[in-house]
Write a protein that binds this ligand. Structure first.
Ligand code: FES
Length: 490
């Protein structure tokens, strides 16, 4: 560690750190656009200029390393004036469309312009129009008038994903971000560009114009779309009292976890999490030959208990169950009821793609392994000859293995499905119970490397659903088994 002075205050700094890093670590904020902690510094936007004693010019804090006893001034009149000039130059092109911009409320340019008292451009010349709606990827739109050429997007695709889809084209005031040979950004990690863009030039068509960021609360959770278990923030809107249906999760963003996902997430998790609320199952429904009947939870649990008393169940579990729920299922079905068979409805394995996505697409496969469940069993084979089948399809993608196998299912006397979303199996069942999604319950997954990934419910469900833990505990109670203490969810 060495010592430097920032605005007269002595602060410790690791050797080799930049002035900006040292300042940030000591709670001193220096404005920045192009600098990002996970990308190489390029010192191109010049908004982070600071004065260093003994040097004739202002220097970029993001690209200047600290030296022992260096004296740095971050807000003297010349420094503020230089930053103001940089902002004026940026605002010569950047439209003042904050009232309709998705980034408003979390935009650095908006914040700095406000801080430096800039309410409009200083130029009388006509603005040079640029393309405002350039589709650069399946979910991404680029507004070139808003772009401040910080090149974070270009550097992310060069340094982090290595896919190089974006580059800087032209020269001087014609410089713009563009695609090579009009090939769209195909990286499965492309959604990170939206989070990286400091000014709302790259926006996400799943979020555009849907809400304002100040209505959202970032609530921590874990992505359930592969074995990595990336840390995410689910941006939750509590809803407007006078407008029904406005509550819910509007956006998923990475939460920094250096051990697991750094500061990134893949698009499979980013958009898959938004789809968890689609095609929901709710309440308890008895499926009869001529139609359906809505049942109370009490009646449904009573029916389930009665069938469990009559015959040993065959149980299909999903690795999107928490470790607590799996443990409860093991104690209840395996140890208590002597289940005929317990198998897993894991989603099919895939390729390792991009930075983070693992071939094992199970959220809590390691939890299942630790609890001694066999994840290799073939679900179709496992259910053959069963008389009572209980399917906990917390991850509906796992049900693919049974879809279309009515020939096997038809011979089973009683079939019960517990799932948060439609699986395609509903019509072949006798009783269907709607369960909570990962964001509506709490518990623990075991992440890659064996780390515990504990999470709380992000929000209460608007639907009449119960967590699988609740359903299993209620069943244990109805069977007068010893109901273990179980936390999280409803
Ligand atoms: Fe330092 Fe851009 S943040 S030059």
């Amino acid at each position: 560690m060495i010592r430097i002075f920032i605005d007269g205050r002595p602060v410790p700094a690791p050797e080799g750190a930049t002035i900006l890093e040292a300042a940030e670590a000591n709670g001193i904020l220096i404005p920045h656009f192009c600098r990002h902690a996970s990308l190489r510094p390029v010192g191109s936007c010049r908004i982070c200029l600071v004065a260093i004693e003994g040097l004739p010019k202002l220097e970029p804090a993001c690209a200047t390393a600290v030296r022992q006893d260096m004296k740095v001034a971050t807000s003297t009149p010349p420094v503020r004036e230089a930053r103001r000039d940089v902002l004026e130059l940026l605002l010569a092109e950047h439209p003042l469309d904050c009232p309709i911009c998705d980034k408003a409320g979390e935009c650095r340019l908006q914040d700095y312009a406000h801080e430096y008292g800039l309410t409009g451009g200083a130029f009388d010349e006509e603005r040079r129009g640029r393309a405002k709606l350039v589709r650069i990827g399946p979910h991404l739109l680029l507004d070139r008038e808003r772009c401040v050429l910080c090149t974070r997007c270009v550097r992310f695709l060069a340094e982090v994903t290595g896919t190089h889809e974006l580059g800087l084209f032209e020269r001087g005031n014609r410089t713009e971000v563009g695609l090579y040979e009009d090939q769209p950004v195909a990286s499965i990690d492309a959604g990170n560009l939206v989070d990286l863009c400091p000014v709302g030039a790259i926006t996400d068509n799943r979020f555009r114009f849907r809400t304002r960021c100040w209505f959202l609360e970032a609530r921590p959770s874990i992505c359930p779309f592969c074995a990595r278990g990336c840390a995410v923030d689910a941006d939750y809107h509590p809803g407007f009292a006078r407008r029904a249906g406005t509550s819910g999760i509007y956006r998923i963003r990475p939460r920094v976890d250096p051990e697991v996902n750094g500061g990134w997430i893949c698009d499979r998790g980013r958009y898959g999490c938004l789809d968890l609320n689609r095609d929901r199952l709710a309440g308890a429904r008895r499926i009869l030959a001529g139609g359906e009947e809505d049942w109370s939870w009490e009646r449904a649990i009573g029916f389930l208990a009665e069938r469990c008393r009559e015959s040993a169940p065959t149980v299909l579990l999903s690795s999107r169950l928490t470790s607590e729920e799996m443990s409860l299922a093991g104690r209840l079905f395996r140890d208590g009821l002597g289940a005929r068979r317990i198998a897993f409805l894991d989603p099919p394995r895939g390729e390792a793609e991009g930075l983070l996505l693992r071939p094992d697409r199970s959220a809590n496969g390691l939890g299942a392994d630790r609890l001694g469940f066999d994840r290799t069993a073939d679900p179709v084979e496992a259910v053959r000859g069963a008389s009572l089948l209980i399917i906990l399809a917390a991850d509906p993608a796992g049900a693919i293995g049974l879809a279309g196998r009515e020939d096997v299912l038809a011979s089973i006397r009683t079939k019960i499905l517990i799932a948060p979303q439609k699986t395609g199996l509903e019509r072949a069942m006798d009783l269907v119970l709607g369960s909570a999604t990962v964001f509506e319950k709490g518990g623990t997954f075991i992440g890659e490397g064996g780390g515990m990934r504990a999470f709380e419910p992000v929000h209460p469900s608007r639907l009449d659903v119960r967590s699988e833990g609740w359903i299993l505990a209620a069943l244990a109670e109805a069977l007068r088994a010893d109901p273990p203490v179980f936390g999280g969810g409803r």
